[in-house]
Write a protein that binds this ligand. Structure first.
Ligand code: SF4
Length: 698
């Protein structure tokens, strides 16, 4: 039998690790990391290693389903693709005709690595529907805005040279960004100093010269304290500040308010440690700061990313070898959105203006509808009713804040279609469920967010009648007179994406990877891509749009300093993270992953556990003003005694539809509220740092 090795890219998270798929005839015999991939250099995480367990899982959705009982009851009828797509198209038309296209919402789950989200936006814009929801307000995009607003690009850490100081801030690299983890470890082996900023002792904290444990959610205050310390102690890069920044005097004046002893009162981090960390970063050059998802989770997210961007700028760590650098394009259409692909100009201005949140006052480049606004629109017709929805690979009952209301909203919808790989609690609320392939079942181009790289993804398998997200959008477009916007074959669309690079997808299969080049000291040639041409410590644009031109720390809602009346009843502070075996709510039914992490776990310090009579392995009730859940205690000195570290996005596939897949039992979003904070750049509710209490479960 023919044996061959196919180069591809893992799609079980956004990291985009290169894989080599070993085939015998049509069967996959083995998947290993691709040593030639610039992203992971041969390493795979546990999720990637479980790719075949995903592919062949007996619970995979393999054909379309139509609801046959009450909504959420779990009764389904198998239907053909034609019937399923006809029903979805009919649902869309009925909604548009009766209530207007704005009454239909398209919701994306987390980034899959390829262009699926763009296809959804393309469809929505061609259909004339303004409401597209993504996870932009809670993941990665705030960090992009913070950097781009300050100096015009998202910098890439230059590990090739390597850095003398690395700051890992709210980023659990070992479990969620494995390629960067490996690069960080190699740089440490070559002598780089490490600062870890995390309320718990993550893996890398063992190697840190300084480990700061801030109060969850107070990162912006900490960054401002470090800026203060660097300026006060004269440790900033004077030549870079003079030649390449604007607003230094205003910044210097502004950060008087954030002297380390004041910041200690906000963040719990000792003033002396703030000064030590600031000095280490400012004097061990070049340096990089790796920020993670933790800073995305409250209304200060863009300003926190701005403050970190300012730290990079005033220390002269931009554009230098071993620092953080701009990269040239990989040559293909921009994976983060290009008008030719997402057809943003196709929708009329009038219809676009009807977007939910258009009047909320977010950043002008934020064009998504916020999850919490959609839920309110469904439940209260405010500012107008949403009647129907389409979900592309998302489990919103687990991932949207205030899960109880999300559940009520799904129950209330006239029509809901969900495309996913497995039956999830969210898919269970649908009228139509469409089966989607894993990354092994369709061709794609993968653009991992943290690298200037695109890689090939190749179809090597077919499970049941599963289709790709592209094929689903194309099928719907055909039924809605929109076929002209979707090429007949997915590979033709990929050809279009590759066109600027002068390649077809067939040619790209052979090459497998395109890389942007690091552009050292690009600003010295071109200036920074900002209105002033400099790194903007003070941003006139933000001021003009009504936001803080220099970051100001404001305690987000539901946290100890904004809700002092709650602190007596809810004395602990809640945070959360993603554990290695699971990506968001995915993977709970995959045996090797679940075996590695069978139950949702809350990390508690021994002193805290003892005070509450809780032992390791006991089940614990965790409660906020919003609701209550149960998770199992992991008693460890690796977390601050004032913090409860809760597992994210848990549900129990084994409970089946009768038990509603246990979506409400351990789900952290039973504990979060969904208020849209006034005047924030991205409209992000407080997801970490809120006050909570614990007790031993009865
Ligand atoms: S880190 Fe993500 S892309 Fe890499 S192997 Fe794991 S799941 Fe796959």
């Amino acid at each position: 039998m023919n044996t061959k090795i196919v180069k591809s890219t893992c799609g079980h998270c956004q990291s985009g690790c290169g894989v080599l798929i070993h085939m015998q005839g049509d069967s996959i015999t083995r998947i290993e990391g691709d040593p030639a991939s610039p992203v992971n250099k041969g390493v795979l995480c546990v999720k990637g290693k479980a790719s075949l367990a995903y592919l062949h899982h007996p619970d995979r959705l393999t054909h379309p389903l139509k609801r046959a009982g009450e909504r959420g009851e779990g009764k389904w009828q198998r239907v053909s693709w034609d019937e399923a797509l006809d029903t979805v198209a009919e649902g869309f038309i009925k909604t548009k005709t009766s209530y207007g296209a704005e009454s239909l919402v398209f919701m994306r789950g987390s980034f899959k690595g390829g262009f699926q989200g763009t296809y959804l936006a393309r469809f929505a814009n061609a259909f004339g529907a303004p409401n597209i929801a993504s996870m932009a307000s809670v993941c990665y995009v705030p960090r992009v805005h913070g950097s781009v607003l300050t100096y015009g690009y998202t910098p890439v850490p230059d590990y090739a040279n390597p850095p003398a100081c690395i700051v890992v801030w709210g980023a659990n690299l070992a479990e969620t960004r494995i390629g960067e983890y490996e690069q960080t470890v190699q740089a440490l082996d070559k002598g780089a100093k490490l600062i870890v900023v995390d309320p718990r002792r993550i893996d890398l904290a063992q190697r840190a010269a300084i480990w700061l444990q801030p109060r969850p959610g107070s990162d912006l205050a900490l960054a401002l304290g470090m800026i203060n310390s660097i300026i006060t102690d004269g440790l900033y890069d004077k030549a870079f500040v003079r030649d390449w920044t604007v607003g230094f005097e205003e910044l210097k004046e502004h950060v008087h308010k954030y002297a380390p002893d004041i910041v200690e009162g906000i963040t719990w981090v000792k003033a002396a440690d703030i000064k030590k960390a600031a000095a280490l970063y400012a004097t061990h050059k070049p340096g990089v700061i790796q920020i993670g998802n933790a800073i995305d989770h409250n209304m200060n997210n863009v300003q926190t990313a701005r403050a970190v961007a300012i730290l990079r700028a005033i220390t002269g760590n931009l554009g230098v070898p071993g620092g953080e650098v701009a990269c040239s394009s990989t040559g293909i259409l921009n994976p983060l959105g290009s008008p030719e692909l997402d057809l943003r100009d196709k929708i009329s201005k009038e219809e676009r203006a009807k977007r939910l949140d258009a009047a909320t006052g977010m950043l002008p480049m934020a064009y998504y509808a916020l999850p919490q606004t959609i839920v309110k629109a469904v439940l209260h017709a405010d500012p107008y009713p949403i009647h129907a929805g389409f979900i592309q690979g998302g489990n919103m009952l687990l991932t949207y804040s205030n899960a109880q209301e999300v559940y009520q909203a799904f129950k209330r919808m006239d029509f809901l279609a969900v495309a996913d790989m497995f039956m999830t609690p969210t898919a269970a609320m649908a009228d139509i469920v469409l089966p989607v392939g894993t990354y092994l079942e369709f061709n794609d181009i993968v653009a991992p967010p943290y690298y200037p790289v695109v890689q090939v993804q190749q179809k090597v398998a077919q499970v049941g009648e599963c289709r790709s997200d592209y094929e689903i959008m194309r099928g719907l477009a055909e039924r809605l007179d929109l076929a002209e916007y979707f090429w007949e074959k997915e590979t033709e669309c990929l050809d279009f994406i590759l066109e600027p690079a002068g390649l077809t997808f067939e040619e790209f299969r052979e090459i497998g990877v395109l890389q942007g080049e690091k552009e050292y000291r690009k600003h010295e040639r071109d200036g920074f891509a900002t209105p002033s041409g400099k790194a903007e410590l003070f941003s006139d644009r933000l001021k003009e749009w009504g936001f803080d031109p220099i970051p100001v720390y404001r305690e987000p809602e539901g946290m100890p300093l904004s809700a002092p009346d709650l602190v007596e009843e809810f004395p602990l502070v809640l945070t959360s993270w993603k554990s290695a075996p699971f990506r968001h709510s995915g993977g709970r039914q995959i045996a090797p992953l679940r075996d590695a992490h069978p139950n949702p776990v809350v990390w508690l310090h021994p002193d805290t556990a003892r005070r509450h009579g809780i032992g390791d392995g006991d089940w614990v009730d965790i409660e906020t003003k919003q609701g209550r859940i149960k998770q199992q205690a992991h008693v460890t000195a690796d977390i601050d005694p004032r913090v409860a570290g809760v597992d994210y996005a848990w549900w129990f596939p084994e409970e089946g539809p009768e038990g509603q897949y246990g979506w409400h039992e351990a789900n952290i979003n039973m504990l979060t509220a969904d208020h849209v904070p006034a005047g924030s750049e991205m409209g992000t509710p407080t997801l970490r740092g809120i006050v909570c209490k614990i007790s031993k479960a009865k």
